[in-house]
Ligand binder design. Structure first.
Ligand code: 5GP
Length: 185
């Protein structure tokens, strides 16, 4: 795994915030909770691209029951560290989720806008149920009314990088979560 002590990304310095051991342990816990909850229900995991692809692939391999996967894609932050406040669809799911048990998987919930948008959008497709999972939740930044069923780690309102999360498309391949230098204290 690519796990340096510090990272230079787009001219800024990032330090370790969550180690690969902490991530592994929490992802395993979430995986067993989901396996328990969805036993016999053949859930379909829906990952939000690009950010959630690493978390989703680790998470699903901790879910030891039959299940499926599909993806959708929303517009991202662009190259900035703050949200644009708008959500646009870039790619929809291919699967028919009518009557299915959906597990929607995000990397991070910040204002809550994306997750709320996604739940509303998927709800219109008539699933039997929708549960939401996010690896990270910026609890104090969330002002949209959004239901979060499984949260990996509540975190402060700080910009994070790695484990699927990018800064201007870089840093997704980092094996742990990093935070902008100086923000942690
Ligand atoms: P929200 O719609 O909740 O405001 O923002 C959610 C999306 O913003 C996430 O899916 C992610 O793409 C992006 N995002 C929010 N906070 C961060 C962050 O700290 N780092 C990175 N890399 N992306 C973030």
């Amino acid at each position: 795994l690519y796990t340096p002590e510090t990272v230079e990304c787009n001219g800024e310095t990032f330090n370790i915030y969550l180690t690969k051991e902490e991530l592994e342990a929490r992802v395993a816990e979430l995986g067993s909770e989901l396996a328990e909850k969805y036993k016999g229900k053949n859930p379909i995991f829906i990952g939000v691209l690009n950010g959630a692809y690493i978390f989703l692939s680790d998470l699903m391999r901790q879910v030891d029951i039959p299940c499926e996967v599909d993806f959708l894609k929303l517009s991202s932050y662009g190259d900035e560290k703050v949200s644009s406040g708008e959500v646009t669809d870039l790619k929809d799911i291919d699967a028919d989720i009518e009557g299915r048990n959906v597990v929607l998987v995000e990397d991070i919930v910040d204002t809550g806008l994306s997750m709320k948008y996604l739940v509303d959008k998927l709800q219109k497709k008539g699933p039997a149920s929708i549960a939401t999972v996010t690896l990270l939740h910026k609890t104090e930044a969330t002002h949209h009314d959004v239901q979060l069923d499984y949260v990996g780690f509540p975190i402060p309102t700080l910009f994070v990088l790695g484990y699927g999360l990018d800064y201007a498309q870089e840093g997704r391949n980092l094996g742990q979560i990093y935070i902008l230098d100086g923000d942690a204290d």
